[in-house]
Design a protein. Structure first.
Length: 176
């Protein structure tokens, strides 16, 4: 299903040398972009998760679900999976937790009896408005050392990397 990645032409997945026969550079983990992105993402997620969990009892998947519903209105769990790139089980567990806390409501899907539309309750909207300023404050603190043009460039580059990864994996890019 994924794309054929040309730097790995042999059947054992070994990198080929360049056209002049010189072997490619050795992989250095700290300089490997996918590793740096993962480490950075994990560090930011841990920081944010502690704040949301400690103050509001919200794990990150539940907060993401609340944000998506606040922005997009009623959605099915499958639409949330697509929108957030979280897996089905994570979205299902987040929805169950929010439903138990009366932060979201379920409404029958008119065309699919197995599916439900999820919406924020008044309490869920209130929680979103309480957490949003904290989320924006953390974002501002994380970006303190960057000027606005660098932030704009970073966001554009991350979107381009996401699109490239999706293309290489054979997935359709999101409409965001």
């Amino acid at each position: 299903m994924g794309a054929d990645i040309t730097p790995f032409p042999d059947r054992k997945g070994r990198p080929a040398g360049d056209k002049a026969g010189v072997p490619e550079a050795e992989l250095k983990l700290d300089e490997y972009l996918p590793y740096r992105l993962s480490v950075s993402s994990n560090a930011v997620s841990r920081l944010i998760a502690r704040a949301y969990e400690d103050r509001f009892g919200l794990p990150i998947p539940q907060w993401r679900l609340i944000c998506v519903l606040a922005e997009d209105g009623a959605l099915t769990q499958q639409a949330i999976v697509t929108r957030t790139a979280m897996d089905k089980v994570t979205v299902s567990r987040a929805a169950q937790g929010l439903f138990r806390r009366h932060l979201i409501a379920r409404a029958a899907h008119e065309a699919d009896g197995r599916s439900h539309h999820l919406t924020l309750t008044a309490e869920g909207r209130r929680l979103h408005s309480d957490v949003s300023p904290l989320a924006l404050a953390y974002e501002a603190a994380l970006l303190t050392g960057l000027d606005p043009s660098e932030v704009a460039i970073l966001k554009r580059l991350l979107l381009r990397l996401e699109a490239a990864a999706m293309k290489l994996s054979g997935e359709e890019p999101s409409a965001d």
